[in-house]
Design a protein around this ligand. Structure first.
Ligand code: AMP
Length: 562
């Protein structure tokens, strides 16, 4: 007896199921399975809270399959899920796990698919129905589905299903199935309101909690990036380019943004596509399949469209727009790090969204570390590395380079073009919309480095000068004979800030700074530096000014030196 058989057998599962688990390489039950399967096999109601990716689908499908009586030709099990994608996914798992169970039948019912296919399957009274609520209600109203002898109801993503919007549908479905039944509810989160509702239609459910932070810590590396310095879409491209990932899902707030971002990414040669609820069902299905089989690498999706997607290739989740609540965050990052694999999640946070970040951290009992966006230098290094790896690979696999070499003389547009120049042109052409170097950004980042070094030098000089009284007199007065204090604010031209905004704030009567006491102002993409007459800001005024905002963003004032 193999190890798989050993551990799953002890749960009491049918040998045909054990065989299929062996095929799938499942070595031992995951915690949610160990805890739920025995209760579900013995007919108990179960309320299971486990994060996505924890193996909860198998936790309810395996005992459901085990309990089906193949000789009873009526629907015995009903699984309801909030989205078509999730219903299809569960349906596939059901088919896979019943591979060795002859004559077991199941059907997936979801909106967007032709009624004929579904009607044909329903006429045969399938043992198991997997569905979205809307299409099931259609069939109930048409009298084309018979749930009068249903034995087990399973609700996946219960937090979503029992919220306003879906709740009415669920109540309607529950009214149309037998009272005497087994009910199982699974969800990544269980808010108190949902828990209360669930108890109304369950009988003494066994509650199973698999804590999410064990998984969060081990399987998913989480970071956040504070939106500053460069625009969000620019940062997105930089992260996508420098992160090592197989497939990625980028979560955005609106359907329009899915289209906007996928268009931008496509323009820059990324293999990406949008996924949102407005898209035709067939296209959504094809898009998800392309991600599964590797012909698509990046999906730009809304929460609802990507709910429950289980794609092992997804090793990176980017929260381009921060989710409005921590539950959505948990759902989103659960799309990666599936079944013990390592995943990575990045969260873009704007300053005004700090409280949402803190809520998420509280919920997952973790501090999410901040990271900087990749600099232009990082990007160039990464592009050059990738490019030279590509060349080395081509060199390694090509055995017809001689032919190309002989063609070189024919395609030289001018006779006097050197081979180096030709190679450079071809390099540029091959790189397309993503240049290997970008002069403007480089300049601005070099400037940033220069100014920081200047300030450091300046401060060092000042400190030594102050400690050495005789040297103090060597400090040069800067403006109109005045020594100047240097201040830094963390807003810059990328935040839309102009010099006049800074002058306006400083000369606000509240801070009482006369404009002729303001010295140089230098604007950089993500910060600005200005000078004020030495000693002009006392402690009280400094505190007041540090609370100021420009374009409704806090300025984060810092004193750099004199
Ligand atoms: P789920 O949480 O149901 O979406 O499952 C997440 C992933 O875990 C899926 O890819 C399953 O194939 C995988 N999985 C489920 N149970 C096991 C197990 N016992 N051993 C290994 N992988 C599993």
């Amino acid at each position: 007896m193999s190890k798989t058989e050993d551990s799953f057998v002890s749960l009491g599962l049918n040998p045909n199921i054990i065989d299929v688990l062996h095929d799938f390489g499942y070595k031992k039950p995951l915690p949610i399975q160990t805890q739920c399967i025995p209760y579900l096999l013995s007919g108990h109601d179960v309320l299971g809270m486990a994060h996505t990716g924890s193996g909860k689908t198998a936790a309810f499908i395996l005992p459901l399959l085990h309990n089906i009586n193949i000789h009873d030709i009526f629907t015995q099990g009903l699984i309801v899920a909030p989205t078509r994608e999730l219903a299809i996914q569960i349906g596939k798992v059901c088919i896979n796990f019943s591979k060795y169970m002859k004559n077991i039948s199941s059907v997936i019912l979801y909106g967007g698919q032709s009624y004929n296919i579904q009607l044909n399957a329903l006429r045969k009274n399938p043992h198991i129905i997997i569905c979205t609520p809307g299409r099931l209600i259609d069939h109930l109203n048409r009298g084309t589905v018979n749930l009068s002898k249903l034995k087990t109801l399973i609700i996946d993503e219960a937090d979503e299903m029992l919220r306003m919007g879906f709740l009415e549908d669920m109540e309607y479905i529950i009214k149309n199935i037998p009272i005497q039944r087994q009910t199982a509810l699974f969800s990544a989160t269980l808010p108190i309101s949902v828990r209360k509702i669930s108890h109304k239609f369950m009988r003494n459910p066994k509650e199973i909690y698999i804590t999410e932070n064990t998984k969060m810590c081990s399987d998913i590396r989480q970071n956040y990036w504070l939106v500053r310095g460069i625009a969000k879409h620019e940062a997105l491209m930089r992260f996508l380019e420098t992160e090592d990932f197989d497939a990625a899902i980028v979560f955005v707030k609106t359907k329009n943004t899915t289209l906007e971002i996928s268009k931008i990414l496509e323009q820059f040669g990324y293999n990406s596509a949008a996924l949102n609820g407005d898209m035709d069902q067939k296209i959504r299905y094809q898009t998800v399949n392309r991600l599964i089989c590797g012909t698509l690498d990046i999906l730009i999706a809304t929460d609802i469209a990507a709910r429950g997607l289980d794609i092992n290739r997804v090793s990176l989740v980017i929260n381009y727009d921060i989710p409005m609540n921590s539950d959505s965050y948990i759902h989103r990052i659960g799309r990666t790090g599936r079944a013990g694999r390592i995943g990575k999640s990045l969260l873009f946070v704007e300053r005004k969204e700090y409280n949402l970040l803190r809520n998420i951290e509280r919920k997952i009992h973790l501090n999410i570390p901040e990271i900087k966006h990749p600099s232009s230098k990082d990007l160039i290094t990464c592009r050059l590395n990738k490019f030279s790896k590509k060349i080395a690979h081509q060199l390694h696999i090509s055995n017809d380079l001689e032919i190309y070499r002989s063609l070189l003389t024919h395609i030289k547009p001018t006779k006097d073009l050197t081979i180096e120049n030709l190679a450079a042109v071809l390099l540029k052409m091959a790189q397309g919309n993503r240049p290997l170097v970008f002069s403007s950004n480089l300049n601005s980042e070099n400037k940033t480095i220069q100014i920081t070094q200047k300030i450091k030098k300046y401060k060092k000089h000042t400190i030594t000068s102050i400690s050495n009284k005789s040297a103090k007199i060597k400090l040069k007065p800067k403006i109109n004979g005045h020594m100047m204090d240097i201040y830094h604010i963390s807003l810059g031209s990328d935040d839309g800030v102009k010099k006049h905004h800074i002058i306006k704030v400083l000369s606000n009567k509240y801070y009482n700074i006369h404009y002729n006491k303001i010295g140089n102002i230098q604007l950089f993409p993500d910060y600005a530096i200005f000078e004020l007459n030495k000693g002009l800001l006392n402690n009280k005024n400094f505190k007041r000014l540090s609370r100021a905002r420009i374009l409704n963003k806090p300025i984060n004032l810092k004193f750099l030196g004199t």
